[in-house]
Write a protein that binds this ligand. Structure first.
Ligand code: AN7
Length: 358
């Protein structure tokens, strides 16, 4: 059965309870996440010279504007069920936004550790507005996550990074939604890879749906990292990761093995793209389709451009790509990348006509 797209949508836990570790005793903390659009983007495909069908899973339309809400609804619900009072995470920004929002909803305290100065502005605004205790660590995400692991060992505080298995469980619902919308799994699934939780979650979701008889096929999982933060591609942790796509500025992914298993078992690939390629694809998507995503999402789009050049995608293939976060998360990068600025004029009709060229 296709997922309900009516006003009765009640969030991913209600929708997919039979696939999730919940019982009638689980308090469901939801902001009605999920049920995001799967948008066909023929103009983008044409612009990159592809001959396949591409659908974008637009996760920027979740309640906190990223895919993280899917895992967070479950992680926070389970923390609430256990009686925890505080949740903590390290984050490049989206996990912290989701944790802060769901904790507020659950009447729990939230503590977030962010790499100082390396968080997109929208994400920082979210942590502050939702009222999280916001700690800027003078180090990178990997160092912050190490501290969070130690905090978790005290037993006093619930870690809601994707080392918490409930996060992966919730995130796999995106694969279910794609199968429900398309009637089966796509041939290829492209997505950005940072801490590698999402690629692990999608692969789990696709396999579980197939096992349950809800879909027949499995996609090839194609993960894309930023060249300056590509430990999975380079084969070793990166001590000083760097990329304009700050969401995936991660040097030692927690779900390293999950990502490599997904790629190997699905006969997919893991590869990298440069910041220049990322920004080019980021702008191209906005201008050809009117879809504004954050820079990390452009890694798999730049990957698609490479895949077309390498003739990796047979004509007529069905390809899905996850657009993990909304473009407004990172207004600074957008304004810097757009390539022009507003044209200032006097409040005068003729002045406006001149700018338009009429
Ligand atoms: C927009 O928020 O790790 O490979 O702390 O925000 O599952 O880590 C964000 C990751 C892709 C990578 N796209 O997903 C965090 C964090 C966006 C993201 C990823 C992230 P994973």
């Amino acid at each position: 059965m296709p997922a309900s797209h009516s006003s009765t949508w009640s969030g991913v836990i209600q929708q997919y309870a039979e696939f999730l570790p919940v019982t009638s005793a689980t308090p469901i903390i939801t902001l009605l996440e999920g049920n995001t659009p799967l948008i066909r983007v023929p103009s983008f495909v044409e612009a990159i010279g592809g001959q396949f069908e591409l659908y974008l899973k637009y996760e920027g339309l979740n309640p906190t504007c990223s895919f993280k809400d899917r895992g967070m609804t479950l992680a926070v619900s389970k923390a609430k069920e256990r009686g925890s009072e505080i949740v903590v995470c390290a984050s490049t920004g989206n996990t912290s936004a989701a944790a802060a929002a769901y904790a507020a909803r659950a009447k729990m305290r939230c503590v977030v550790l962010l790499p100082h100065g390396k968080i997109a502005l929208g994400k920082l605004a979210q942590a502050l507005m939702y009222g999280a205790t916001t700690i800027a660590v003078e180090g990178n995400f990997d160092q912050a996550l190490n501290i969070v692991r130690e905090l978790g060992e005290t037993g006093k505080i619930e870690v809601v990074n994707s080392i918490n298995p409930f996060r992966i469980e919730g995130q796999k619902t995106a694969a279910f939604e794609i199968c429900d919308a398309l009637g089966d799994a796509p041939d290829f699934h492209f997505l950005p890879v940072g801490n590698a939780g999402n690629i692990t979650a999608y692969w789990k979701g696709y396999r579980e749906y197939q096992n349950a008889g809800k879909s027949d096929t499995l996609p090839r999982m194609c993960g894309w990292q930023a060249a300056g933060a590509a430990p999975l591609v380079d084969g070793h942790p990166i001590e000083h990761p760097n990329t304009v796509a700050t969401a995936i500025r991660i040097g030692n992914p927690a779900s390293w093995q999950g990502a490599m298993d997904a790629v190997k078992q699905s006969e997919g690939l893991i590869d990298k793209v440069t910041d220049e390629e990322i920004l080019k694809a980021y702008t191209l998507l906005a201008r050809t389709e009117g879809i504004f995503v954050e820079p990390a999402c452009a890694a798999p789009l730049a990957g698609l451009i490479k895949a077309v050049q390498r003739q990796l995608i047979p004509e007529g293939s069905l390809v899905a790509a996850t657009m993990t976060g909304h473009g407004l998360k990172d207004p600074d990068t957008a304004i810097k990348t757009a390539g022009f600025e507003p044209i200032v004029v006097q409040p005068d009709r003729d002045a406006v006509m001149r700018v338009i060229g009429l």
